[in-house]
Design a protein around this ligand. Structure first.
Ligand code: SF4
Ligand code: SF4
Length: 672
């Protein structure tokens, strides 16, 4: 809308206009102050470090809308159009209201510049189209991840109204007070041409109605924003700015020495950033769309996890402010007595235990909400404060405590798999170029011992100088940490760091992505700073350098499954694919969900040691996805995935058609 409305005196009632602005701002501020005070009732968290990286993330993901467009192209483009349209039209709105205060007000490079006027009309039309597409999806195509809500439709209608009233008011102004730059407003000018035959009084009436409606809608939107899911319009840029800047695979290390309770059992035991996350949910459902727990029929739905916590926070807000409303640390502020407990009441235990910590939800969320740390925090509370966890985890924790592995195997048998291989042990040699971290699956599980042996065969064929820790190796602690047993994790991690520091090596190499992630990203909290690589990376290097030569290339169709701890957590996608490509005469075939969008095998987050009684088995769902591309081999580079797929192909009765192999086994079979 042109801001020159005042100069030709067609908009009456400026006093009413100022009064409306004052009321809208007061209502907005009232709610905003409440939300900020409630948020600050959370525990402290430092999100003011790494400012340049934070600013860059805002530029790329807020202004560039990169994550949205990359995640789901057409809906992403639709949202980006609305967002960019909002940015352009917000400048116009600032000038619109500024001129209401003083006619001299104007933003630089704005009024009547060709670029702005063209952009304004382009985006007005673009937003109208995007709104129509959004409504079509919600009402007609109904994708699973979207919920059709009255609020969602109301907001679409509100935005549509803003765009239409803007164009109609512009058309009226063009007829009543033409300006030389009007032709740049191509949509407004076209509408003006269509209305030009009307009597002037009618045009004036249309203009005034559109102008007032537009102003009222803007102010209504401002007031409605902080009460609705569209709060994200204002909050999301900040949430992206305050997003995590630590390695993706690093979970917070809890101070077990000074804590009075462990984990998070009440809403104010979350950090302020966790609480701010809850204000940001747009209800888009991207997190749920490929959540393996949800897709396989479990009660866990990451969208509703966030929305239920949000509702609980806002309902508890007034009473929280009564107890922790001084903006201080609300660590022990309890929910009002009439309310359900947060863990077990608002969020059921089985919701928390269903998570595989695959990180799909975090990666998919356009507003950078961090679901997984919240889930693990609540698991910590269940395990360490409440001693409440599924019965089958009791032996797992006991085995980790007594034998330093999750299986019921004596720690003294850890090196049995390597007895006849001539593998050096660190306690004998003291140093080696590579320390091969075998992991519990490679050490104790019959199927994965074959992978360990294949990997050793490859290292020996390439003449790599390596040694293992032997019986000194303990579980990395990863399953214990993901299952919420932070105490057990820290004990194991500290023990391993001490052992590793006794020996000289340049690099740790492991075939287990879980150990890889934990030693690489989480051990630095215990002063364990090591160079850690995954076996796919070393094998890729050995093949590329010619130290490993593949001679017996095969013709089988291979599809490769990305392990979450390798891919989404550590961005290792291409190395295992290159290793596999070196063994085959044919190209790899990709499942529809691959790389960043890979679907979990179901074994992460400690789920490998838990029953899967609810819904279907995640591994079956993934095997079905693999079956769609008709592979001869379902390849992976993770012992958890391999174990899950061994089960998956058997339960789908396709074990005779689809072989499940680690990349090391496939490479070893094709050696000269
Ligand atoms: S981490 Fe994976 S399993 Fe857990 S809630 Fe997110 S998407 Fe679902
Ligand atoms: S948590 Fe994120 S991805 Fe999930 S519904 Fe909310 S905004 Fe969308």
């Amino acid at each position: 809308m042109s801001p020159s409305h005042q100069s030709y005196g067609v908009v009456p009632g400026w006093l009413l206009f100022y009064a409306l602005i004052a009321v809208a701002l007061a209502l907005f501020a009232w709610r905003a102050v409440f939300l900020v005070r409630v948020m600050l009732a959370g525990r402290p968290a430092n999100r003011w470090d790494k400012i340049p990286a934070r600013v860059l993330s805002v530029v790329v993901n807020v202004f560039g809308q990169a994550r949205l467009i990359r995640g789901d192209f057409w809906p992403g483009l639709m949202h980006a159009t609305i967002f960019w349209g909002f940015c352009i039209l917000t400048l116009g709105t600032i000038e619109f209201f500024g001129k209401g205060v003083t006619e001299a007000f104007h933003l630089p490079f704005m009024s009547n510049t060709a670029l702005y006027l063209i952009l304004q009309d382009t985006f007005s039309l673009g937003v109208i189209l995007a709104i129509a597409y959004a409504a079509f999806r919600r009402i007609v195509t109904k994708p699973r991840r979207l919920t059709l809500s009255a609020e969602g439709l109301f907001i679409l209608l509100l935005i549509f109204g803003l765009m239409v009233t803007d164009l109609v008011a512009d058309a009226g102004r063009i007829i009543l007070a033409p300006a030389p730059s009007d032709h740049w407003q191509f949509a407004g000018a076209a509408l003006a041409a269509a209305l030009a035959h009307l009597p002037e009084a009618a045009v004036r009436g249309i203009f005034q109605a559109a102008w007032w409606l537009h102003a009222t809608l803007i102010l209504a939107f401002l007031v409605y924003l902080p009460y609705s899911k569209h709060l994200h319009v204002m909050a999301a840029p900040l949430n992206v700015f305050f997003g995590p800047q630590t390695p993706k695979g690093k979970f917070p290390t809890e101070d077990l020495e000074s804590a009075e309770s462990f984990g998070v059992g009440a809403i104010t035991e979350f950090t302020w950033k966790d609480l701010f996350d809850l204000y940001n949910c747009t209800e888009c459902g991207r997190c749920t769309s490929a959540c393996p727990a949800n897709v396989s029929g479990k009660e866990l739905d990451p969208k509703w996890l966030i929305l239920n916590l949000q509702e609980h926070l806002l309902e508890s807000g007034p009473s929280l402010l009564g107890k922790a409303g001084n903006g201080g640390n609300g660590k022990h502020a309890d929910a009002p007595a009439h309310e359900k407990p947060m863990v077990g009441g608002i969020i059921h235990d089985n919701v928390l235990w269903a998570c595989t910590t695959c990180r799909w939800c975090v990666e998919a969320c356009p507003v950078f909400i961090e679901h997984v740390p919240k889930i693990v925090d609540m698991r910590r509370w269940l395990v360490l404060t409440e001693s409440r966890f599924p019965a089958e985890l009791q032996p797992t924790f006991r085995n980790l405590e007594t034998n330093s592995n999750p299986f019921q195997m004596s720690w003294q048998t850890r090196t049995d798999w390597a007895k006849d291989l001539g593998v050096k042990v660190m306690s004998d040699v003291g140093k080696a170029e590579y320390l091969y971290w075998v992991g519990c699956y490679g050490s104790f599980d019959e199927r994965n011992r074959k992978v360990a042996r294949a990997f050793v065969k490859l290292l020996q064929a390439a003449g790599v100088d390596f040694a293992i820790l032997g019986n000194e190796e303990k579980c990395s602690g990863e399953p214990a940490r993901r299952l919420g047993n932070e105490y057990l994790y820290q004990t194991l991690a500290q023990g391993n760091v001490e052992t590793l520091k006794r020996y000289q090596f340049q690099t740790i190499v492991t075939a287990c992505p879980h150990c890889f992630n934990t030693i690489r990203n989480e051990y630095p909290d215990f002063d364990g700073r090591f160079k850690v690589i995954h076996h796919s990376q070393l094998l890729d290097e050995l093949v590329a350098s010619g130290r490993l030569k593949t001679a017996k290339k095969h013709d089988e169709r291979i599809t490769y499954h990305d392990a979450c701890n390798l891919g989404r957590y550590n961005d290792v996608y291409e190395e295992p694919r290159r290793v596999l490509a070196s063994t085959a005469r044919t190209d790899l075939v990709e499942m529809s969900l691959n790389r960043k969008k890979g679907f979990c095998c179901g074994g992460g987050g400690g789920r490998a040691w838990m029953e899967e009684n609810e819904g279907r088995r995640v591994s079956q769902v993934r095997v079905e996805q693999a079956m769609e591309v008709k592979p001869d081999i379902l390849a992976s580079a993770c012992p958890f995935c391999l174990t899950m797929f061994e089960d998956g192909v058997k339960s789908k009765e396709v074990a005779d058609k689809i072989k499940t192999r680690d990349i090391a086994e496939i490479l070893a079979e094709s050696l000269e």
